[in-house]
Design a protein around this ligand. Structure first.
Ligand code: ADP
Ligand code: MG
Length: 152
């Protein structure tokens, strides 16, 4: 059995630092589903903005809370095995039925689709075990504790 959970904790002192963490996160990324958890204002979107920057996505990434899902093309010039980037925010989704209507469960199966999902706990047990969970905790105005967990 090889299902050990790995857990690492980081502390950031500014939004820039959290963004930078998102940006550098891509370097060793070997799976296509990232979940982001933590209260409103924790820094989930800030992390995703850094990630998008690392993907070479130049369009401004805003919180998709009112749109639920935004799709971005990953520029071909960037040497990463992802063709599309999906930024999803399930904050307003109430039932699994609503979420299924988005079609994301099918899209997640394609490893060329990279997903960053805010409030992913709403997917209940529909998440693949092959994913990375990021939990951001508010410590003080500029300080955040960022936990990264994945099953090996
Ligand atoms: P969420 O998506 O979790 O609701 P946002 O990323 O939209 O949160 O907002 C986080 C807010 O906290 C931003 O205004 C950001 O500038 C601020 N902030 C301050 N310090 C940090 C930090 N260390 N990491 C991330 N965001 C921070
Ligand atoms: Mg957000």
């Amino acid at each position: 059995m090889n299902n050990l959970k790995k857990h690492t904790v980081f502390v950031t002192q500014s939004a820039e630092e959290t963004g930078h963490m998102g940006e550098t996160f891509l370097k060793d990324l070997d799976r296509n589903i990232l979940t982001l958890n933590g209260e409103l204002g924790a820094g989930k979107t800030t992390f995703v903005q850094g990630l998008a920057k690392g993907l070479g996505i130049l369009r401004r990434i805003s919180s998709p809370t009112f749109i639920i899902m935004r799709t971005y093309e990953v520029p071909k010039s960037i040497n990463i095995p992802f063709a599309k980037f999906y930024h999803v925010d399930l904050y307003r989704m109430e039932t699994m039925h609503d979420i299924e209507g988005l079609g994301i469960l099918e899209l997640m199966k394609d490893p060329a689709n990279l997903f960053a999902i805010e409030w992913a706990e709403k997917l209940e047990n529909n998440l693949p075990t092959e994913r990375i969970d990021i939990h951001i905790e508010y410590k003080s105005e500029n300080e955040r504790k960022i936990g990264v967990t994945y099953e090996n």
